[in-house]
Design a protein around this ligand. Sequence first.
Ligand code: NAI
Length: 371
Amino acid sequence: MFKRMQSMQVQAVHSFQTIGPDNHDYRAIIAIHNTNLGPALGGCRCLHYAHEQLALDDAMRLAQGMSYKAALAKVPQGGGKSVILLPNKLALAEVDREFLFSWFGQCVEKLNGQYITAMDVGTQVSDMDIIAKQTVHVASASNIGDPAPATAQGVMTGIKAALDFYFSTSSLAEFSAKRFVIQGLGHVGWRVAQQLKQLGADVIAADPDKEKCRQAQALGIEIVDVEDVLCQTCDVLVPCALGGVIDDDVINQLDCKIIAGSANNQLAHEGIAQALASRNILYAPDYIINAGGLIFASNQYHRLQTGDQNSVETSYKDKVESIYQTLMEVFKLAKAQGKNINQVANELALRRLALGIELSMATKGNVYDAA
Ligand code: NAI
């Protein structure tokens, strides 16, 4: 474990264990990757894992991703992630969620605010509300609100940056002349689809949910089969559904100029970033373009902690808009240095993490003033 922690530069891993009232053995891992910029914030996954090593890897890898995301989004948070390992013989529907999330809330509380938890795969707002009875260190209980509108705002901002960079024009006048393909019409994808239609764009989408497709058609959105969505001819492909969708098979079928969507971990492996660059497809790194939700959650969490109601909405919306500058910086650096975009984004995140620790030691001030 220590070798892995070292290679991923994970600061701490906390493990917890208890026996539930059903006599099952419950385990949880909280990985804290980096707190140079502030307390670690990241979701809690609640899943069956075939092996506890997989759970540990998941927690550390995702915690690292959160550090990079927070650094590039300029939010005063570090990166952390937690996983709850469901007992393998227990079906999801049989889990006593009141017990499980009360216990997990106590685990979070033991870390004294070093880690702030939130929703992720396998958890929902009602679980966060149970956690909130045990600890204040939770950033997606029902008193925080839905992050999807902020995430969608960030995706729209990111799409503008990608269009401006790719076509060397101002995108606002260009939307009506462009074709967008959206994979997934959920909380984020639906909002992006609506906003693109309002700007006069040609929008195509796919979702296995028939009702969502029917509503989209009523807005004038063309619906295609879920299997065909990624290979549609378009200017911008907007993945807003699943991770790992751009893989070695899909890459040869892509017929887009830009990929810019909210889905986490869109690229199946690191080599895909280079393959996209070789095909002259501009990729907006998912952890930059989908940071609106994190910006929102961090902002709302701090508002609740401090009781400060002043201009909160404006400050988070402005910060979401700054995703435009971050993406532009990464696009330009990648072009100037002849590197792929993910590589440049990771290097920038690491520089900000390093700068964060230097500045906090020197001044204890707002690290972003100088970052
Ligand atoms: P969601 O669960 O509301 O929506 C996902 C949609 O994708 C659903 O409508 C689902 O039916 C559809 N879908 C599933 N498989 C599909 C397929 N093969 N082809 C087309 N559509 C498919 O999720 P949400 O909140 O909209 O998030 C979308 C993505 O963005 C996820 O990957 C999520 O992790 C990521 N994300 C979301 C944030 C948020 O604030 N909601 C923040 C950051 C990332």
